[in-house]
Design a protein around this ligand. Structure first.
Ligand code: UD1
Ligand code: CA
Length: 465
């Protein structure tokens, strides 16, 4: 078999997106669209991958931390043909075939690439175009064939006449070309079109002029060829990717009660027998274990959940670790860098930030735990607050194992509570408490008899104290 290398075009701004962010970095189901193309090429087994970058090149390169990708720069961006030409030096010593793909076709599947290569081999072709037929081909380049169905050229929508616009067979923007042929054809293309650009598509007519036969491999599933040019295209592509993910999740043993309302990003992993209720979002690098329950209205970002974790209605988790058997919510807010131990219970209206919570600890109601280290089997009473911020800096609260914290306690950090201590309800704790102690810091309750029409009357003794 011939040698194959891939060249992905990703230098364009994507004017039709009307965005400050370059097109290939826009997210499709939570991942930059370019990453799908790279992954498809890698999965199809191509080892050498080059990408033409230009607009926001640093950001595009950073988004692809895969090893072994080479980059070429195109500045200014004078069209897809010019983009391929700018990568020429990367292929000086390469005598195989180049798979050229646009970076804005995130739905392309590895299998399609494999079949495309197999076809190119079988036909002993030097130039093959991946085409497909679309009911509504508007926006795409059309494949013009002669009476004997030989491919003659590709005409862009903007340069097409009415007859050409009626052609349903379109250019997917994916090509296989023998490397030396590609670069010799590129030397001949001219920007003599409506957009004044160097069109890569013009290599087809140049090849025909040179009597090099051009093959077309017609892709049956035209959905895969969808090029993303606008925000509406972006939304359609995300919907398709989300559908694929939902199918995969259900096939792997995850229950989705109302699949179309569950939004799971591409990298998310979910263990079997986990049940996901409607209207939930699982994003980024989230990993969920086995036999978890994710109730409705829950949003989880970049978090890791162990097995048998329950996230009750309306909770938000962002960059946290929740260990096996923990229960969170309803309406809990777990903020970055928190580590929630095994079998912990974080109840309603509890906010946790940058806090380690030890195994079996409970904070069941209305609590804020920030910048804290909480031991095992601690009971945090309702309304407890760590006062972690002094207006300038954040300070740590440490509560050791087996403490019992009464309701409505404030810990003015930095402060440390020894193991097995008891803090009386309503206390404001400003100093460390040794282990196995009772700390109470509240004024003694006073009770005054009320006389009709008068307020409380204080005694002399009160005034002195
Ligand atoms: C292109 C094809 C069209 C095809 C369609 C498939 C050309 C002239 N047209 O049109 O026939 O039907 O894709 O989706 O090739 N890019 C660069 N440098 C540039 C211009 C573009 O790197 O100077 C990159 C873009 O970042 C993008 C890709 O090439 O990833 C395609 O560019 P785009 O402007 O979207 O081409 P289309 O008009 O969609
Ligand atoms: Ca496009």
């Amino acid at each position: 078999m011939n040698e194959y290398a891939a060249l992905i075009l990703a230098a364009g701004k994507g004017t039709r997106m009307k965005s400050d962010l370059c097109k290939v970095l826009h997210l499709v189901a939570g991942r930059p669209m370019i990453s799908y193309v790279v992954e498809a090429v890698l999965s199809a087994g191509l080892g050498k991958i080059s990408i033409v970058v230009g607009h926001q090149s640093n950001e595009v390169m950073k988004s692809l931390h895969s090893q072994g990708i080479e980059f070429a720069f195109q500045e200014p961006q004078l069209g897809t043909g010019h983009a391929v030409a700018m990568a020429g030096s990367l292929f000086n010593d390469f005598s195989g075939n180049i798979l050229v793909l646009c970076g804005d076709i995130p739905l392309v599947q590895p299998r399609t690439i494999e079949e495309f290569i197999a076809f190119h081999e079988q036909q002993r072709s030097l130039l093959t175009v991946l085409t497909t037929c679309m009911e509504n081909p508007s926006g795409y380049g059309r494949i013009v064939r002669d009476e004997s169905q030989h491919v003659l050229r590709i005409v862009e929508e903007r340069d097409a006449n009415e007859n050409e616009k009626a052609i349903e067979e379109i250019n997917t923007g994916v090509y296989l070309v023998e490397a030396r042929l590609l670069y010799s054809l590129l030397e001949r293309i001219r920007p003599d079109n409506v957009q004044g650009e160097y069109y890569l598509t013009d290599i087809v007519k140049e090849a025909v002029k040179e009597t090099v036969p051009v093959q077309a491999f017609v892709l049956k599933n035209s959905q895969e060829a969808m090029g993303i040019n606008t925000r509406a295209d972006l939304a359609r592509a995300s919907t398709i990717v989300w559908d694929r993910i939902r199918e995969d999740l259900m096939n792997s043993g995850v229950t989705l009660l109302d699949p179309t309302t569950v939004y799971v990003d591409a990298q998310v992993r979910v263990g079997r027998d986990t049940v996901i209720h409607p209207c939930t979002t699982l994003s980024g690098a989230t990993e969920i274990g086995k036999e978890c329950v994710i109730e409705s209205g829950v949003n989880i970002f970049d978090s890791k959940l162990g097995d048998c974790v329950t996230i009750l209605q309306g909770s938000r988790l962002d960059r946290v670790l929740v260990r096996d058997g923990a229960t969170i919510g309803p309406m809990a807010h777990l903020r970055p860098d928190s580590d929630i131990g095994k079998n912990v219970k974080i109840g309603n209206f509890v906010e946790v930030k940058k806090t380690f919570v030890g195994e079996g600890t409970k904070a069941a109601h209305l609590t804020y735990l920030g910048d804290s280290i909480i031991g095992k089997h601690v009971n945090i009473g309702c309304g407890t607050i760590t006062c972690n911020y002094d207006g300038k800096r954040k300070h740590t609260t440490v509560i050791h194992d087996n403490c019992f914290i009464g309701s409505d306690v404030q810990f003015v950090a930095p402060v440390e509570i020894g193991a097995g201590s008891l803090i009386g309800a309503g206390s404001t704790i400003t100093r460390d408490v040794p282990p196995a102690s009772l700390a109470v810091s509240r004024t003694k309750q006073k009770v005054y008899p009320l006389r009709t029409g008068q307020g409380p009357e204080s005694t002399d003794e009160d005034r002195k104290s």
